[in-house]
Design a binder for this molecule. Structure first.
Ligand code: SAH
Ligand code: MG
Length: 227
């Protein structure tokens, strides 16, 4: 058994063990998770879901922004973790995903607490920044190579004391490997993600922690370092 296999087995065992202590989400959320798995829709992992639940329940943000809706799984999950007065805005640009996201929101968000912005995230974020829309919690979960480009607008939109959570920062472990060990296609993401992590962890306005849960996640607090 190689080290990696041993590590994978350890991680699988950890996930199964921790499942015993994981709160079951509502049935429709579990069905969406199953649908996503069966149809290769890249949704947040259970460890990531746990972190979002913990942060949202304890911080109770009134306004949440998500970059990368897919079929609306994480947006609906976040809605379940928030007070009834909280609102979520979520951004998606791929029509195939939008079709399903619209359906899922119509079906499972009858209160209209989730707003779907259809379009390129870079443009939507710019528009939100210009309009002066501000959010206390931002979940970044879109094109991994773009996080750094989104960051200036994201930081403008984030309120002081607000939280930025970024998903998939380890990109299935690729980001840890030497640049030469990853395929050419992944090399751009590899470089950009490392740069993003470097910027987040050295940013004057942010206090950031990098966690190995799920596919790797960072939690950053704006002004968290007292600056
Ligand atoms: N947050 C979702 C999963 C998102 S997967 C969940 O856990 O349920 C990432 C999504 O981001 C994909 O659906 C992809 O189409 C979308 N995306 C990627 N780059 C984007 C961009 N530049 N603008 C808008 N959406 C983008
Ligand atoms: Mg993700």
């Amino acid at each position: 058994m190689t080290d990696t296999q041993g590590e994978n087995r350890m991680n699988d065992r950890m996930e199964v063990f921790l499942d015993m202590f994981r709160e079951e989400p509502p049935e429709y959320i579990r069905n969406l998770e199953k649908y996503a798995r069966e149809n290769s829709v890249p949704v947040i992992r259970r460890g990531t879901r746990d972190i979002l639940r913990f942060l949202l329940r304890t911080r109770k943000p009134e306004r949440v922004l998500e970059v990368g809706t897919a079929i609306g799984y994480s947006a609906l999950f976040m809605k379940e973790c928030l007070p009834e007065t909280s609102r979520i805005t979520t951004i998606e640009k791929v029509e195939m995903r939008l079709v399903e996201a619209r359906q899922n929101f119509a079906r499972y968000d009858t209160e209209g607490r989730v707003r779907l912005l259809e379009g390129e995230a870079a443009q939507c974020l710019r528009e939100l920044a210009v309009k002066g829309e501000r959010y206390e919690f931002i979940f970044m979960d879109a094109a991994k190579g773009q996080y750094l480009n989104f960051l200036p607008d994201v930081l403008e939109i984030l309120t002081p004391g607000g939280i930025l959570v970024s998903d998939n920062i380890l990109h299935e472990g690729d980001v840890m490997e030497s640049r030469y060990a990853v395929t050419r296609r992944d090399r751009t993401i590899h470089g950009r993600m490392r740069e993003y992590l470097q910027v987040l962890t050295h940013h004057g306005e942010l206090e950031t922690i990098c966690l190995p849960f799920g596919d790797g996640i960072t939690i950053s607090v704006k002004g968290g370092n007292g600056k």
